[in-house]
Structure formats: C-alpha cells, structure tokens
Design a binder for this molecule. Structure first.
Ligand code: FE
Length: 343
C-alpha cells in the first residue's frame, strides 16, 4: 500500500494496490469519501482491491465538510461513494441532493429493509444501539426499562447525558417523534432535563466515566463506547465497565434505538459501477466483519455476530424504524430540545 498526500485534499488519500497480475488501472478506481477513520477500514479497502483489481482512493474528513465539498464540486465531483455515520448525517447528504438511487439485488437481499433508504439513496452497513447505563454500586434502578422512564421524577438529579447538539441525541429524539409523536417526545425531553445531574457536558466516554465514578447514577450512551471499555486490556478500563449495569431500553415496546454507519452513491459519480461493486462488497461476510469491528459495531447483515467485546453488553431486540425516518425528524427534534432547555 502506498500513501500519497493530495496537495489540495482536506485529508489524505490511500491507494490500495492490487496484488493480482492485472494492473489496477485496468479495473479502474473508486473514490471513497469517508468520515469513518478506523484502521480496519483501510484493511477492508485493500482486500477489495485484491479481489477486484479496483483501486480505492480514500478521502477522509468530517461528514459535513465532505458533503459541502461534494455540493460545491457539483457535476465535476470526483466522489463516487460517501461513507458516514448516523442517519442524521445520511439525511443531510440526502437533503443536499448529492446521493443517487441504487438498485441492487445483492444489497436488497443482504440488508434488512429498515437499514437501507427506501429509494436506495444509502445503505446501512453496521449499527450501534443507544443504551442506558447505571452505577451498580448505587443499586439496580427499579422500574428503569424504557427511554420514557428516564423522565420519571424518581430519577431527579441522577441523569448524565451529552449535549442536545450531539447527533446521537437528536437521532434518539427523532425516533421518539416517529414512534410516540412530537408531543410525547417534548414532554419526555422536559422530564429528562428536570432529572439532569448536571448541565450536559462531555462525550459518551465522559458519561461512562462519570457513572462509574458515582458522579451520576444513570447515563445514556452508544454501545461501541461501552465495548471499548469492556474489551480493553487495561484493568482500569475494565474496572470502569464492571462498575456499570447496561439496560437495552424498550424491549417490550418498539425495541432499542439503533443508528447506522452507511454509504451512498454520489450523484454524478465518475466510477458508478465500481462504486456499486464496492457497496455490494461491503455487505459480504468478511467485509462486514472488518467494517463492524472497526468501531465495535453490530454487522448490518442479519445472522452475523458482533465481536466479543460487544457481545458482553448482552443481546437485545432493535427498533426496526427505518433510519430514513430518523433523519427526517432531525429538525423537529432540535426545536424540541431547544424548548425543553436541553443545552
Ligand atoms: Fe461516536
């Protein structure tokens, strides 16, 4: 693999060279614009090149920056595929009009319907769940089973959660708007604000550490942050995980809220066929393994297991609300958070 710095690029490009006899140029290339940055993703791109001879050029940056760049390049864009995290960001790409529909039997068969856009604008490739954690030393929080329970006055001063400007919370509230309606979502948000242990601060990792330290009894975090502690080789990190209980909410209702990492074909992609071939490759069993493991996520293809650190969190039933629906409610969710005073 050779790396080259693109002078004008906002990040870097990786060219994964084919080991096959045919030079990579014969099979062409695919330009992947990605906001994911995990070493396993690189291994994945190299494997694709070995199998197909197609060279993968990787441009990495923050999702909003990538979307902006593709918009500004218009018809002249070099982007073939946009890879990003969270339904909210996939929705921003959809809203920006930079994605083109893909019809593929392979993708249709391998991915469950709720993890792909109804018109094929993007495809979910791995998932993460947003779960409730609690401090075990403070005792099992009786009656805390669903997201709705977080608004119960029984938990006054107990809840730590990150800012409402964070897309994970926006997507969670968006799913509640879809499932229970805007009114219920708003009274929930107000109820949770009333239960805050402190003003929202820090990322999900900070919430985990605060619960383990007993600074707050309860928090809401994504599963892959927990899996980093659960799978850590450092005893201090493991001890943090051991101090926590994990609740997968809404098991008797809609199921636990999950969100996606996904990819969509860019409208005007110069290497359209290669991009679709790459998308299909990403749903193969070995690629799913790499893609999900890169960030301790759940494979999107049904029947494939998550890694052992993720499995330690327990099994659950996921909400099958389409991620496109989660995207659509983002704006309303932000307005509700504002009115609820959730900073
Ligand atoms: Fe994250």
């Amino acid at each position: 693999m050779k790396r080259m710095i693109l002078a004008a690029a906002m990040a870097f490009a990786v060219t994964a060279c084919s080991q096959s006899d045919a030079p990579a140029s014969d099979a062409g290339e695919v330009n992947v614009f990605s906001s994911r940055h995990y070493d396993t993703d690189l291994a994945l791109y190299e494997d694709f090149t070995e199998q197909t001879g197609i060279t993968v050029n990787l441009i990495e940056a923050d999702a909003d920056a990538l979307i902006e760049r593709i918009v500004s390049e218009g018809d002249l864009t070099s982007a073939d595929l946009l890879v990003t995290v969270d339904a909210g960001r996939l929705w921003r790409a959809e809203e920006a009009g930079i994605l083109a529909p893909v019809e593929s039997d392979v993708l249709g068969e391998r991915l469950p319907a709720h993890l792909r856009h109804p018109d094929g604008l993007w495809f979910g490739l791995s998932t993460r769940a947003r779960v409730i954690i609690y401090n075990r030393a403070a005792g099992t929080p009786e009656g805390l089973e669903d997201y709705a329970d977080l608004a119960d006055p029984a938990w006054r001063g107990d809840i730590c959660i990150r800012s409402s400007s964070n897309i994970y919370n926006i997507s969670l509230l968006s799913s509640m708007i879809a499932n229970q309606g805007a009114e219920a979502a708003e009274s929930w948000a107000s109820g949770v604000v009333a239960n805050f242990a402190r003003d929202p601060q820090g990322n999900d990792t900070a919430q985990i550490e605060s619960v383990a330290a007993g600074e707050c009894r309860i928090a809401v975090v994504n599963t892959y942050y927990l899996a980093r502690f659960a799978g850590s080789e450092e005893p201090e990190q493991r001890a943090i995980f051991d101090a926590l209980g994990v609740i997968f909410p809404d098991q008797d209702g809609n199921g636990t809220h999950v969100n996606v990492s996904g990819a969509g074909l860019v409208a005007g992609a110069p290497n359209r066929d290669n991009a679709i071939a790459f998308l299909e490759y990403l749903t193969s069993e070995s690629a799913q393994r790499y893609f999900a493991d890169g960030n301790n996520e759940y494979p999107a293809v049904e029947g494939l297991q998550a890694n052992s650190a993720v499995e330690q969190l327990g099994t659950f039933r996921a909400d099958t609300l389409n991620a496109a629906e989660i995207g659509r409610n983002q704006r309303q969710a932000v307005e509700i958070f504002d009115r609820a005073g959730w900073n």
